[in-house]
Ligand binder design. Structure first.
Ligand code: HEM
Length: 307
């Protein structure tokens, strides 16, 4: 996979689809004045869902990009959508015209991550979750795990010695391990393998066709999602019995005054892993690429880290 499609895919994987509702509504009522980007909407309702899911998604996006450019329309999982893959377009959606857009996900993605996750909400509940997430990642809250994160980085680097690797995949493993530490603190060691096994199955089916029949990737994902919720329930119950204060993200969600239900906590834990993993792994991969291509910058960074 080349770097631009990798970045694009991780971006799409997270945001999945920004429905340009306002744009499309505007368009239908005012078709003569506005025009949609190039592309194809495919069949009624089904759109281009089968084209996307019957092949490697990279091939779908790469061929569309080649044919229509960095911004193109499509129709996936019942949603008319505009796909973007350029930094300028991302800035338009996320920064300069962010007020015109509302993040929405297809229903199957909501089911998989959990309907109570922060991404699917606005208003007071959203504000509260944002506060709880931010407080768990403040420098004050994470300073005591910096040395553990460094150990994870060191052992990751050691494990790469002498191997031909896919940097993005290795960075995903690294970010997953750091995510577990930031979310569960030292407790994570006990549950790491189970959490990893289930999360990886969940992730594998995340972009699969949402057909919930025995044997489909989607079905396996949904089962893994259920198992994840059970593991999280176990962790919550153990913590409640121990009655200890924790400084990590789970501790932040479990605060007595916050009044979150177990389901809300589980959906948001899974949501944060999802939000943090591919995005951070993608940035780290770019950093590795550019440091590799610019030895003088690598040296400056190395000197800075040693002082
Ligand atoms: C370089 C890495 C990252 C990138 C590029 C990235 C990108 C994004 C983007 C584009 C959004 C959507 C913003 C919007 O809807 O306006 C978002 C939301 C979010 N991200 Fe990240 N993210 C990164 C790392 C992380 C990490 C490490 C965490 C873990 C705490 C995280 C947690 C979240 C959460 C909870 C939201 C939802 C915020 C909300 O709805 O208010 N992200 N991220």
């Amino acid at each position: 996979m080349d770097f631009s499609s990798m970045f694009f895919l991780s971006f799409v994987a997270f945001l999945f689809i920004f429905l340009f509702n306002s744009l499309l509504n505007c368009l239908s009522s005012n078709a003569k004045k506005l025009s949609l980007p190039p592309g194809s909407l495919g069949w009624p309702y089904i759109g281009e869902t089968f084209q996307l899911y019957s092949q490697n998604p990279n091939v779908f996006f790469a061929s569309k990009q080649k044919r229509y450019g960095p911004i193109f329309k499509s129709h996936i999982l019942g949603c008319p959508c505009v796909m973007i893959s350029s930094p300028e377009a991302a800035k338009f959606v996320l920064v300069t015209r962010a007020h015109l857009f509302k993040p929405t996900f297809p229903a199957s993605k909501e089911r998989m991550l959990g309907k109570q996750a922060i991404f699917f909400h606005q208003g007071d509940y959203h504000t509260k979750l944002r506060k709880l997430v931010l407080r768990a990642f403040k420098p004050e809250a994470i300073k005591h795990i910096v040395s553990d994160i460094e150990s994870i980085a060191t052992s990751t680097l050691q494990s790469l010695e002498g191997r031909l690797i896919n940097t993005f995949q290795e960075m995903k493993t690294y970010t997953f391990n750091v995510a577990l530490l930031s979310i569960f603190g030292k407790d994570e060691v006990l549950y790491r393998e189970d959490l990893k096994r289930c999360y990886y199955i969940l992730e594998k089916g995340y972009n699969s066709m949402p057909i919930n029949l025995p044997g489909t990737l989607f079905n396996k994902s949904m089962k893994a999602r259920k198992e994840l919720a059970q593991i999280l329930a176990k962790i919550l119950s153990t913590r409640r019995q121990m009655k200890l204060d924790h400084n990590d993200l789970l501790g932040s969600f479990m605060g007595d005054q916050e009044g979150l239900t177990d389901e809300q906590i589980a959906d948001n834990i899974i949501g944060v892993i999802f939000a943090a993993r591919d995005t951070t792994a993608s940035v780290l991969t770019w950093i590795v690429k550019y440091l590799g291509e610019n030895p003088s910058v690598l040296q400056a960074v190395t000197v800075r880290n040693q002082t």
